[in-house]
Design a protein around this ligand. Structure first.
Ligand SMILES: [Zn+2]
Length: 400
C-alpha cells in the first residue's frame, strides 16, 4: 500500500482525533434520532452555561495564563510551573506520545525540544489562545484549530508531524516535573492496519530505552477484530503491561458485542484493567458515534464485576449517562479528563471522589489544564481528601 492508497483507505475525509480503521458497521437499532439530538443539545447547553456554574468564569490566555491561579507560576523561560509543594504528586492515567505509524524513523521519541506543541497548541502565540475551563475541553479548538488537528493527526499517522516531534519522552517527563505529576500511563492504540501498527511494542521499548519505566507505565492495545487478539493480550501482560486500551469509536466496535466477552474474560484472568475511550467527543466521524453511547458499555461492565473498567473522558459529551453508569457499578471508574469545572463538581458530589481518576490526554493538552480543574474544584478544606483521591490515591488503589 503506498501513501495515496493509505490516505484513501484510512485518512481522507476523516475528522477523527486519530486515524480510524475500517470495518464494523453500526447497527441501526443501536443509535437513534434522540441520540443525535442529545449531542446537539449538550453542545448548546454547554455554551449557554459556561461560567455560570459553582466556580464562575474560568477563562485563561493559553496554558501559561493558568499562572494567574494560586498554585501556578511561570519559570524563567516563561513556562508554566506548579509551585504548591503541599499538593500530592499526581498519577496521570491518560497520556500518549507522538505518533508515527508508517515512517517511524523520522520521529525520535528520545529527543528533547525547547517547547511542547500540544495538539491544542495554546501557547504558540503571546498571548495564548482562549482557554475556557468550564466547557468540554475540545470546545477550545477553533474551526481552524480543528482543521489543523485533522491535518496533524493524519500527518502523524504517516510520517510524524512537527507536533509529534515535540511529543517525546523527555518532553513529557519535564512537563510532569513542572506539574508535580509523578507517574503517567501511556496509552497506545491498535488501529488494525496491515503493517506498522505496533505502537504498543514500540512505546514500551522506547520507555525502556529512556530508562523511564518507573514514571511512565506503558499500556497495551489490541484490535478487537484481530484473529490473534487473545495471544496479543497475553503478550502484553507478559511484558508487564497492566492496562488494556480499547477505543470503541476509532476501532469501531460495541463494547457489549458478544465477540468481546472473550477479551474481557482473558483480561480478568490476567489481572488487567480495561481502559475504554468513553462517549462521543463530538469531533470524530459521525459514523463512529453509535459505538460510544454509554448504554453500550453496560453489558461489559455488568457481566464482569471482578474486572475493572476505566471510562476515559468520563463519557466526554455523554457525561450524564456515563456518570449514571459509573455510580451504579463498583467496577466502573471515571477518567476525569476533558470535563468542565461544573461537570467535575457534579462528579465529585455524586461519588464523593470515589473511583475518579486524574488524566490529561497529553499531548492533546497541557497537563496543567486538567490539574487546574482538580485544584479549583477541590479548593475547600472539606475536599482535601477528595483532591488527594483524584490526583493519586484512587489510581494507587486501582493498581495495588
Ligand atoms: Zn486519549
Amino acid at each position: 500500500m503506498d501513501r495515496r492508497e493509505f490516505l484513501q483507505k484510512f485518512g481522507a475525509g476523516s475528522a477523527a482525533v486519530a486515524l480510524s480503521a475500517c470495518g464494523g458497521s453500526p447497527d441501526a437499532g443501536r443509535y437513534t434520532e434522540a441520540d443525535i439530538a442529545l449531542l446537539a443539545a449538550q453542545r448548546a447547553a454547554e455554551a449557554a452555561q459556561s461560567g455560570r456554574g459553582p466556580f464562575g468564569v474560568h477563562r485563561y490566555q493559553g496554558y501559561r495564563g493558568l499562572a494567574e491561579l494560586p498554585w501556578f507560576d511561570l519559570d524563567a523561560q516563561g513556562g508554566l510551573i506548579c509551585v504548591d509543594d503541599s499538593l500530592p504528586k499526581a498519577i496521570d492515567v491518560h497520556c500518549h506520545l507522538g505518533m508515527s505509524y508508517l515512517f517511524r524513523p523520522t520521529l525520535d521519541l528520545q529527543a528533547a525540544t525547547a517547547r511542547v506543541k500540544h495538539l491544542l497548541d495554546c501557547d504558540a502565540e503571546q498571548p495564548g489562545c482562549d482557554l475556557d475551563l468550564d466547557v468540554y475541553i475540545n470546545s477550545n479548538f477553533t474551526e481552524a484549530g480543528l482543521d489543523q488537528l485533522q491535518k496533524s493527526t493524519l500527518a502523524q499517522g504517516l510520517w510524524g508531524s512537527s507536533f509529534a516531534r515535540t511529543q517525546t519522552i523527555p518532553n513529557l517527563l519535564s512537563e510532569m516535573d513542572a506539574m508535580r505529576v509523578e507517574q503517567a500511563f501511556i496509552l497506545p492504540i491498535k488501529l488494525g492496519l496491515p503493517f506498522g501498527d505496533n505502537l504498543s511494542e514500540h512505546w514500551l521499548a522506547e520507555i525502556d530505552k529512556a530508562g523511564a519505566g518507573q514514571r511512565l507505565k506503558a499500556g497495551w492495545s489490541v484490535h478487537p477484530r484481530d484473529d490473534d487478539r487473545l495471544a496479543q493480550i497475553r503478550a502484553g501482560a507478559a511484558a508487564g503491561c497492566k492496562v488494556l486500551k480499547l477505543h470503541p469509536t476509532v476501532q469501531r466496535f460495541y463494547p457489549d458485542d458478544e465477540s468481546m466477552m472473550a477479551v474481557y474474560e482473558l483480561a480478568e484472568e490476567l489481572g488487567l484493567t480495561i481502559f475504554f475511550h468513553g462517549g462521543r467527543a463530538g469531533i470524530e466521524p459521525e459514523a463512529s458515534h453509535p459505538y460510544a453511547m454509554p448504554r453500550h458499555y453496560q453489558g461489559a461492565i455488568a457481566n464482569f464485576p471482578k474486572l475493572n473498567f476505566v471510562l476515559l473522558h468520563a463519557g466526554a459529551r455523554d457525561f450524564e449517562a456515563m456518570l449514571e453508569l459509573a455510580v451504579s457499578h463498583d467496577n466502573a471508574w471515571l477518567g476525569i479528563h476533558g470535563q468542565s469545572l461544573t461537570n467535575l463538581d457534579t462528579m465529585i458530589r455524586r461519588t464523593g471522589g470515589e473511583r475518579l481518576l486524574f488524566g490529561s490526554d497529553w499531548p492533546f493538552y497541557h497537563l496543567g489544564a486538567s490539574l487546574a480543574k482538580v485544584l479549583i474544584t477541590t479548593d475547600s478544606p472539606a475536599r482535601r481528601n477528595i483532591r488527594s483521591a483524584i490526583l493519586r490515591d484512587n489510581a494507587e488503589a486501582l493498581f495495588a
